[in-house]
Design a protein around this ligand. Structure first.
Ligand code: CP
Length: 314
């Protein structure tokens, strides 16, 4: 199947077929990651810039590993080590990088819309690695991959996303991605952590009571409170938040026997998720999500740089 996208900035621009192709190619790259020698020459000669202007552990390290395992050249760039601190504008910075004739720019930025702006000024493709409260599309891909791998399907599942819905870029990509793949989505949060217009999120249901919804869910997707994007406390105390909205051991009795626990990381243990649930040997797929990050990001790089499923030489 042909893959026609140059950028991965808004997951809503992708069809169910596009997403399924990405997941199927990720399965092939998982096989590479299981080998003793975890490196293939697939993207030899391509150049990728990792431009991270905001902290990251998982996204940055998995993109860097994905690039190394695909044999492309990469340049790590961003934050306080650039000439932006001397007053250089973002556009001038980007046009400088564009002069190097790179093939892909991967961007994380605290401002929503920066990846799209960059795409308008470079010849390369652009992957959004998380921009402000907007989107985090490769996070959505790795989430879909983990759920699909563990439950064998996406269509017909009921996924509950619990926590700081209002400030979450993970939600911004995951909700449309799940809807494209035929899942039902409920968002669950206190009113102070819900957007003013929750209807625009595209979820099927909105709730402020986790205990009512838990028995219906196939996947419980917990979110961290994004304190870096908050002014003031959204809740009287973190202990009270944990009691009312946290996925605690006491709440396991409300869950379906096979329901999964997901979290994009980083976790604030004891707030949105107790350690018992975060480390649950049967339900938690959180480290599986991290591993899926390498496989799905290899697939995204490969397909966006012109690969096809029948031409895969992994
Ligand atoms: N999930 C996620 O984006 O984690 P990092 O901020 O560590 O990349």
């Amino acid at each position: 199947m042909a893959f026609t996208h140059k950028h991965l900035i808004d997951i809503s621009e992708y069809s169910a077929d596009d997403i399924m192709l990405l997941l199927e190619v990720a399965v092939k790259f998982k096989e590479v990651n299981e080998r003793k020698i975890k490196k293939v020459p697939t993207l030899k000669g391509f150049t990728v810039i990792n431009m991270f202007n905001e902290p990251s552990t998982r996204t940055r390290s998995s993109f860097e590993l994905a690039e190394k395992r695909l044999s492309c050249d990469s340049l790590n760039f961003g934050g306080s080590s650039t000439s932006a601190v001397k007053g250089e504008s973002l556009i001038d910075t980007i046009e400088t990088l564009n002069s190097y004739k790179v093939d892909m720019v991967i961007v994380r930025d605290k401002h929503a819309g920066v990846p799209r702006l960059i795409a308008e000024h470079v010849d390369a493709g652009v992957i959004d690695a998380g921009d402000g409260k907007h989107q985090h599309p490769t996070q959505a891909l790795l989430d879909l991959y983990s759920i699909w791998e563990n439950l064998g399907k996406l269509e017909g599942l009921h996924v509950g996303i619990v926590g700081d819905i209002g400030h979450s870029r993970v939600c911004g990509s995951l909700i449309p991605a799940l809807k494209i793949m035929g899942a039902t989505v409920t968002v669950i949060a206190p009113p102070t952590l819900m957007p003013a217009r929750p209807d625009i999120l595209g979820a099927d249901y909105v709730s402020s009571n986790i205990d009512e919804v838990l028995p219906e869910l196939d996947v419980v997707y917990m979110l961290r409170i994004q304190r870096e994007r908050l002014e003031g406390a959204p809740y009287p105390s973190l202990r009270e938040y944990n009691l009312l909205f946290g996925l605690t051991q006491a709440r396991e009795r409300l869950m379906k026997p096979d329901a999964l626990i997901c979290h994009p990381g980083p976790i604030n243990r004891g707030v949105e998720l107790d350690s018992y649930m975060a480390d649950h040997p049967k339900r938690s797929v959180i480290l599986n999500q991290v591993y899926a990050g390498i496989c799905t990001r290899m697939a995204a790089l490969y397909l966006l740089l012109g690969g096809s499923d029948d031409g895969l030489t992994a």
